[in-house]
Design a protein around this ligand. Sequence first.
Ligand SMILES: *Cc1c(COP(=O)(O)O)cnc(C)c1O
Length: 372
Amino acid sequence: MRFQELPTPVYVIDEARLKANLLILSELEKRSGCRILLAQKAFSAFSLYPLIGRYISGTAASGLYEARLGLEEMGKENHVYSPAYKADEIDELCRICSHVIFNSIRQFETFFPRLSGVSAGLRINPCHSTQSGAIYDPCAPFSRLGIPREHFPAELPAGVEGFHMHTLCEQNSDALVETFKVLERDFSRHFRALKWLNLGGGHHITRPGYDITALERLIGYIRDEYGLTVYLEPGEAVALNAGRLVTTVLDIVENGKSILILDASAACHMPDVLEMPYRPPLHGAGLPGEKPYEYRLAARTCLAGDSIGDYSFDKPVEIGDRLIFDDMAIYTMVKNNTFNGMPLPSIALLRENGEAELVKSFGYEDFKGRLS
Ligand SMILES: *Cc1c(COP(=O)(O)O)cnc(C)c1O
């Protein structure tokens, strides 16, 4: 099928772009000796897990279901972290995971006696913010994510083999270097008793301009100074700029502005646009005022605020035109919902040879199946 023939709305994952990201990550693994895991919460397009598994070391999960998916579809190292586990999840997690990370001493002590065959870790919170915007900042005041220094016991609990931290969001390596200094100051007295250190996600490694040399230097330092295996679990960086969302203009209405009604929705199909909030890049379009024809892009839901933003174009947009949003592989498919009974976008793959392949389509059953 040709890209232009795909039915909309559709997410189109770009194999060549994904591979380009994966190559950067696999070369980083080889040069530095770190291990890189796909944080599935950002990107769970499991039909690509066999490809991804050829480049990086495994998967990171936010709980039982992602852990199952990682095992079933990639089958490599499988790490799980959750702010709290339930008693009936532990045995299965031990069967399917290589590493289980706990968020509190209480959770660790409750479940440690039942662990077998897994490496146990604790998430710590360096309480050092390098970003603004509390919703994405695990170091914001009153954060539940990780054990702060003042609540960490003087003695490392027996059985703990690693520490995990995750504090960054879309950041460069300078933020990591800065945060590691705090981590080292407050927690390094335990480092020599550990096997691994997981530095979480939020490293925008595949973004142009990311300082990969500084990251490698830090990984080398941690390895040489403390003998630790360093894990990174990027989500965004794996599939950054590796997907598009293609939508069709269904109608154009007027109310002070010309408003395009699309078959894609911010609330249902790109929720970060409303949550972050941010303005997704749109092929061939500019900022308001930049080009002569200006439109507000909006959804066919009943949510008044379900608007993607104002964009300008070189020529008038017509009903039936296709619009293409960029950087739509991450935090989109995994966050989809069927609010308003909106159809879920299909998932397609743009092969390196230019062929488009419809991987999965959804229907009414997917809407009804989650309700009763
Ligand atoms: C969100 C998250 C990640 C991935 O973050 P990205 O910003 O997508 O790289 C990794 N680890 C943990 C614990 C997370 O919560």
